[in-house]
Design a protein around this ligand. Structure first.
Ligand code: BTN
Length: 238
């Protein structure tokens, strides 16, 4: 288990995919020149002001069809960490971390499959906005720990707290996965409230989030019917 700190990398997730890294290794970059987000988006973060890192996990005990548990555990480690700085956050399915209507953290998880339907390797990429106060115009509704808490933070301290929280949640997901699912469900952004959603064809509808399935689909009730949506099958209208 090693923590490697780079001044600049294209993307810590891409770096972490290299074969030499093993379970528990963390790759931190002060700056990413080609940070990657979900849905093929870019991830933008000012150099030296935020946490941009990837963690290598080898969850070989976990069946690939249970991989959503890893997303849940990571999201909870983030809400745990923010709570240490008195920041109340929610999890916008699948795993954006929100404070109010603003995104404070993005997570990009990439899996490699192993033998017999099990996972081999998981790269957990985390972009947590810590001290940045001004963002590129194209970044939708961003915020940071400094903006919410009105104070500058020590990046090393935030990293260590988050690293410990990730380890604790990883252990919990092996011992009591039901607890992880319950807590994730309870912290879902906009759960139980009527809000607009958008389908891939651009059509919008009003619905109420009921929860998530253990396979990760978001359950939205609309016009008396509860429909499970896969990632990319629905998006929030914020
Ligand atoms: C998203 O919300 O779209 C996910 C953003 C994930 C960004 C992090 S920063 C560290 C790691 N390396 C990357 O290239 N991406 C992730």
């Amino acid at each position: 288990m090693a923590v490697l700190i780079y001044k600049s990398l294209p993307s810590t997730n891409t770096e972490a995919k290299k074969a030499g890294y093993r379970h528990g290794d963390a790759i931190i970059a002060r700056e990413q020149t080609a940070g990657r987000g979900q849905r093929g988006n870019k991830w933008s973060a000012k150099a030296g002001e935020n946490l941009t890192f990837s963690l290598v996990w080898e969850p070989t005990f976990l069946e690939a069809k249970r991989q959503f548990l890893l997303s849940e555990a990571v999201a909870l480690a983030l809400t745990d960490t923010l709570a240490k700085w008195n920041i109340r956050s929610k999890i916008k399915w699948t795993n954006d971390i929100y404070v109010g209507r603003n995104k404070i953290c993005g997570i990009l998880i990439e899996h490699d499959l192993g033998m017999e339907g099990k996972l081999a390797r998981t790269i957990v990429g985390i972009g947590l906005n810590v001290n940045q106060k001004e963002f590129d115009e194209w970044v939708p509704n961003p915020t940071s720990m400094a903006l919410v808490g009105k104070q500058q933070l020590d990046l090393n301290e935030v990293f260590q707290t988050l690293f410990d929280a990730l380890e604790a949640r990883y252990e919990q997901l092996q011992n009591s996965p039901e607890q992880i699912e319950r807590e994730y469900d309870a912290l879902l952004f906009r759960k139980g409230e009527l809000h607009p959603f958008r389908l891939p064809n651009g059509k919008e509808f009003q619905g109420v989030i009921q929860g998530v399935k253990s396979t990760g689909e978001l359950l939205i009730e609309s016009e008396g019917m509860v429909v499970p949506y896969l990632f990319k099958e629905v998006e929030f209208v914020i």
